[in-house]
Design a protein around this ligand. Structure first.
Ligand SMILES: *Cc1c(COP(=O)(O)O)cnc(C)c1O
Length: 372
């Protein structure tokens, strides 16, 4: 029986020659420019075209992108940013590393993305921004979040790290916020063989700030003239070449993931009466970076899947405010029951585009057998 790992080692198997060629081309290019060169500039143009964003700035990682977005908005000490309590840690650390305060909002119990009602209840006169993140299968409720942000005159930093290529009401992910961020970390929707990210924005002043901040506050013309306190969050030329090679086939990979998700959701619908919650069906505002179900007997199901050669993964087993690192920003007596439930119940199963139909059927069969 073939083992189906959750993190497959052969994600880039089909693109191996392109990666070697990118390394050779950059390595032997007479320019000998390894970061922020013409390939990075071309890649930024490609993402602009694909998303319609007015400006795209490539940077060192998704985390770097969030830090640059926070920096470009001049968020600092005394400012508050509302972030999801159930998410990966950069949504909190990017705020804290700027000297500002993360305020943790609870999430929706089913979709596990930030709950707009919780966001609204946490707004104070110190709130400068809200930082929603799209997770697993679903985009955050951007229409409501943007409406709340407009009403309170605060910025929206859209963490679209995992969902490049997704759309909600015809608007691409990454285009809803004042600034949006994609990550190219290996396992993300547009993952790569290394690190990278981009910041998208329609605001020329913010774009200029992000561009400066990613390279030590310099303007790209006057070397060693530092306009602002920046950081090193630059983009690699080999990764730019490799991602340009992979961009034209991204839509096919996303479509394959969506087809697998459709199939899972249909197969798992009858399990609802046994306490299994599959993500909402459909394609609008959906993304298929990870397929996560919620199940109260998670550890038993996990062990059963392992026994049957199927890998699975638990994302964020501890809500952010309950992490030792962020405890100091968890107000006394506050609670995030839906985030705690998400941490306790979510289980991600394989959804890689190169899974065969037989693999996908076997995964669904095994899960249905467990509950039979
Ligand atoms: C991965 C991820 C990030 C950070 O991206 P990196 O490129 O790994 O730094 C930010 N937000 C979310 C929701 C992520 O999943």
């Amino acid at each position: 029986m073939r083992t189906l790992p959750f993190f497959p080692p052969d994600l880039f198997e089909a693109d191996r020659d392109a990666l070697l060629k990118a390394m050779f081309d950059v390595g032997t290019d007479p320019e000998q420019r390894f970061i922020l060169g013409r390939r990075t500039a071309e890649f930024e143009q490609e993402i602009k075209k694909a998303t319609g964003a007015h400006d795209v700035v490539a940077c060192g990682s998704g985390t770097g992108g969030l830090e640059l977005a926070v920096g470009a908005l001049d968020i600092g000490p005394g400012d508050e940013v509302i972030v999801p309590a159930f998410c990966c840690q950069p949504v909190a650390s990017s705020v804290i590393n700027a000297g500002a305060t993360p305020v943790f909002a609870d999430v929706d119990p089913w979709t596990m993305v930030i709950d707009p009602d919780s966001v609204e209840s946490l707004i104070t006169e110190r709130t400068r921004a809200v930082l929603p993140a799209h997770l697993f299968n679903i985009m955050a409720d951007m229409p409501r979040i943007n409406e709340i942000a407009r009403r309170h005159d605060i910025a929206v930093i859209e963490d679209a790290a995992v969902v490049q290529g997704a759309e909600l009401d015809g608007v691409p992910a990454g285009r809803w916020g004042t600034l949006g961020v994609f990550s190219f970390f290996q396992v993300k929707a547009f993952g790569t063989a290394g690190e990278g990210g981009v910041v998208l924005t329609d605001d020329p002043e913010l774009a200029r700030a992000v561009r400066m901040l990613r390279n030590h506050g310099q303007d790209g013309v006057n070397r060693f003239l530092h306009h602002r306190v920046g950081r090193n969050s630059r983009f690699d030329e080999v990764i730019a070449a490799f991602q340009m090679h992979r961009l034209p086939t991204l839509a096919d990979r996303l479509e394959r993931r969506a087809t697998i998700a459709d199939y899972y959701t249909e197969r798992f619908a009858p399990l609802a009466e046994r306490g299994v919650k599959a993500p909402p069906a459909g394609r609008n505002g959906r993304c298929f970076y990870v397929y996560s179900i919620q199940v109260s007997r998670r550890e038993d199901l996990r062990a059963y899947l392992t026994e049957h050669g199927i890998g699975s993964h638990v994302y964020y087993p501890t809500p952010l405010p309950l992490q030792p690192a962020f405890n100091a920003w968890a107000p006394e007596g506050a609670d995030w029951p839906n985030a705690r439930w998400a941490s306790r119940s979510n289980l991600a199963i394989p959804i890689w585009p190169h899974l065969t139909d037989a693999d996908v059927e076997r995964i669904a069969d095994t899960i249905c057998d467990f509950f039979a």
